[in-house]
Design a binder for this molecule. Sequence first.
Ligand SMILES: [Zn+2]
Length: 331
Amino acid sequence: VKTIRALLLLSVALSLPSIATGGPDPAKIIAVTIDDLPFVGYGLGLGETAAYTDRLLQPLAGRNIQAVGFVNERNVLIPGEMDARTGLLKKWIDRGMILGNHTFSHLDSNATSLQEYEADIIRGGTVTGILQKASAGAPRYFRHPMNHRGKTPEYRAAVDQFLAAAGYSAVPFTIENSDYLFAYVYAAAVKAGDRELAGRVMRAYLEFTEVICGWMEQQAAEAFGRPIPHVLLIHANALNSDGLDALLDLLEKRGYAFAPLGRVMSDPAYQTPDGYTGAAGPSWIYRWQLSLGKPSGLKGEPEPPEWIVREFEARRKASAVRRPEGSSGLS
Ligand SMILES: [Zn+2]
């Protein structure tokens, strides 16, 4: 029996070109997902936003990565700017990306009635639906804003059912790097022409991404006893437009190959139930740890550098702008 199993494993191994050629570990694949499209601009004009969008898409297209961008159509359907803002989304389609629904207005399901939430989902798929028809057959993806799934099991189940009936797959994430904190300070530094600070923020961002990747890989191994494919969550902002190439390099150096979201989500780990019932929006790895009866690593998660948090809080207070998750406007 052992021999047969060994032969079977060998034949599987031989059928995977990546192993035969000594390429990346097939378990070490990662999908890139980018939230809050068209763009979190912190006051950038439409022209600048278009240039930043090109820069964000360039390293993805250059590496043949099919990222999924999650759209808040509230920030597309703005009178007088609809064409320009739809044009930003069209850039994604033209470069082979997939657009997903992130609700119309970035609603927090923890604070929204079921009816209102479902209406916002329907309303959130209008423009992307039209654009996506040009690339027919594209999967329909949905991501909960703030990764909040609602306060009660009944609410969560109702939304799941609603999404399934509408043909949407709800998309989890496993790795995120608190990019919105860095992005806010970065945008302010760029605006002020402070290159030294912008450079420092970028270096800290990439260093923290490295730390969080290592941590989440370890959490996955503790949950499943093996490496699992990952879903990276970042946002459409200037920090990533300027830093995505380096970030993707960093992931490749860690041994990752980039894969479409559908392929990553077909890993059996992604069938694990979400065992998290709290109000926050943590990585699905912690949720899976809970439903698998494993200790959750959530409380031990590495924090972003203190100086970044401090700069973020100070600047946010000064300009009284809400967190990007709550107001992903361009304006
Ligand atoms: Zn969001």
